[in-house]
Design a protein. Structure first.
Length: 267
């Protein structure tokens, strides 16, 4: 190795160490973090634009059926995972971001910034849909409990558990085929929407519910869509980590860095 190559390698190592040990405001980390946040914002924007847009079109024009709405949610998440997953990790969900941080697969100092980007993307997409269509109260594209808050809370916890369980299995485990992660996650969202859509709206995502609520000023049962997904996601992540390979202590498995996958991000 030449001296120039050695110098480049030393510089890259120094930058990597700085990214691992400094805050998001450091000069060494501000550019990649900015790229991640922009990717997360854009991804979240189109997830809400397509998913909530299908909901609104179905309610206003009746040209989209319930099964088509479920398929739309699954497809748009899958498409955006493959589009920006290699940049931001494609969380598009505060509950997923928080859970990954809890199990040491995502740096805590980036969590608030990711959540802010996700919320901004959701709000901007909701504003766009409101400008494009005449969204009446009956055509509201957010999430509202159909029955009681408890029924919707239970539904959100269960489907968020499943979503995070699948995410943990297909994109944070070295033994899984990471390239299929986007398909598995998109399919899980579609299946969850089929089951829980008529009950709670199948949010699984605080930002998905908060954005439309802010734009249309509808906060009925909003706590269900904040608490439910977070509780379910944490439980799902914990459950999968109990099933990881047992040839190493569980503490080592939780901190092991996953190989290339879509939802992995670096500090």
């Amino acid at each position: 190795m030449s001296k120039i190559e050695e110098g480049v390698a030393t510089f890259n190592t120094h930058v990597e160490n700085e990214n691992n040990n400094t805050s998001c405001c450091s000069s060494a980390s501000i550019v990649p973090i900015t790229q991640k946040l922009i990717a997360e914002l854009i991804g979240m924007y189109f997830v809400i634009f397509a998913g909530c847009g299908a909901v609104a079109v179905n309610k206003i024009y009746g040209s989209v059926t319930f099964p088509a709405v479920c398929v739309t949610w699954g497809l748009i998440v899958m498409v955006m995972i493959y589009s920006v997953g290699h940049i931001s990790g494609a969380h598009f969900n505060p509950a997923v971001t928080i859970t990954l941080a809890i199990f040491k697969r995502f740096p805590w100092f980036q969590v608030p910034w990711y959540i802010i980007a996700q919320l901004i993307g959701s709000i901007l997409a909701s504003l766009t849909l409101s400008l494009m269509m005449d969204v009446t109260p009956k055509a509201y594209f957010g999430t509202l409990p159909v029955g009681s808050n408890v029924q919707s809370l239970v539904a959100e916890i269960i489907i968020s558990f499943l979503l995070m369980f699948v995410i943990s299995g297909v994109v944070t485990d070295n033994r899984a085929i990471g390239e299929l992660g986007g398909i598995a996650v998109g399919m899980t969202i579609m299946l969850n929407a089929f089951v829980a859509g008529p009950i709670s709206g199948a949010s699984m995502n605080p930002a998905r519910s908060i954005g439309p609520a802010i734009v249309k000023n509808v906060y009925q049962g909003i706590w269900v869509y904040i608490a439910g997904p977070i509780i379910g996601a944490i439980a799902g992540g914990f459950a999968y980590n109990l099933l990881r390979s047992t040839h190493k202590p569980l503490s080592n498995e939780l901190t092991q860095t996953a190989s290339s996958n879509f939802l992995k991000t670096t500090s």
